[in-house]
Design a protein around this ligand. Structure first.
Ligand code: NAG
Ligand code: NAG
Length: 214
């Protein structure tokens, strides 16, 4: 009986795909020759992978904050940083000039954790069920999480440029900014007004500022 049990265990062990499967992959560096699918980019041939696929220098400097939001979001997602493809992680850098704001936005694909490295940031998110607001002014070194998909924002809370680094639980978390979705495209103003309860003057004003038409 005991021998049969041992044989059964051995059979299970050697037939299980996990311990004995030969196709373990250390990484799947994005191959930009093919388009991104729901599971990410396909993998570059390992012979073509170099250390530079795993290093990203694009966050050393912040983006240009001379814009309407006085802020810059610099992504290190799979599309910019091929080494994170398939790893379930990515990063970005936020630069908020005095008065700067990252308007209400969501990342449909991942949760976010933010660490302030300079200045001070008022950050918050809104729950989807009760529309409860969770917000706090964060100082240097303090961190906050933003659950996947929820609307959230960051506002410079002091008179000096604020800098934060954020990481995501996805290599391609996506970014949809609410104001841009509403006012930076060609959705007819009448429909924007109907679906937001905003008045015509406000909608036309925001379309003019954000580059929308219709
Ligand atoms: C790998 O490198 C070779 C030689 O540079 C190139 O011809 C080939 O297209 C590359 N393949 C991939 C998948 O990047
Ligand atoms: C930042 O953007 C502004 C407005 O587009 C532009 O005038 C300025 O030259 C840019 N600055 C840098 C350093 O690229």
């Amino acid at each position: 009986m005991f021998q049969i049990f041992i044989l059964a265990v051995l059979f299970f062990f050697f037939s299980s795909p996990f311990p004995s499967h030969g196709a373990v992959q250390d990484f799947c560096v994005a191959d930009f020759m093919a388009p991104e699918g729901p599971a990410g980019y396909s993998c570059k041939m390992p012979a073509n992978v170099t250390v530079d696929d795993f290093v990203f220098t694009g966050l050393v400097k912040g983006g240009n904050t001379s814009n309407i939001i006085k802020a810059a979001v610099t992504p290190a997602f799979a599309a910019q940083f091929p080494g994170v493809n398939g790893l379930g992680i990515s990063m970005a850098r936020l630069d908020l000039a005095p008065g700067g704001v990252v308007p209400l936005h969501t990342h449909p694909g991942g949760s976010e954790v933010l660490v302030v490295v300079q200045g001070s940031i008022l950050a918050g998110f809104i729950s989807s069920s009760a529309n409860t607001v969770y917000m706090k002014t964060l100082k240097r070194g303090e961190i906050m999480v933003f659950p996947k998909g929820l609307l959230h924002f960051q506002v410079n809370a002091r008179g000096i440029t604020a800098i934060a680094f954020v990481s995501f639980s996805s290599p391609s978390p996506g970014l949809q900014i609410l104001d841009f979705a509403l006012f930076a495209n060609n959705l007819p103003s009448a429909l924007v007004e109907k679906t937001t309860f905003l008045d015509d003057a406000q909608v036309k004003k925001l379309k003019a500022v954000l580059g929308g038409t219709g």
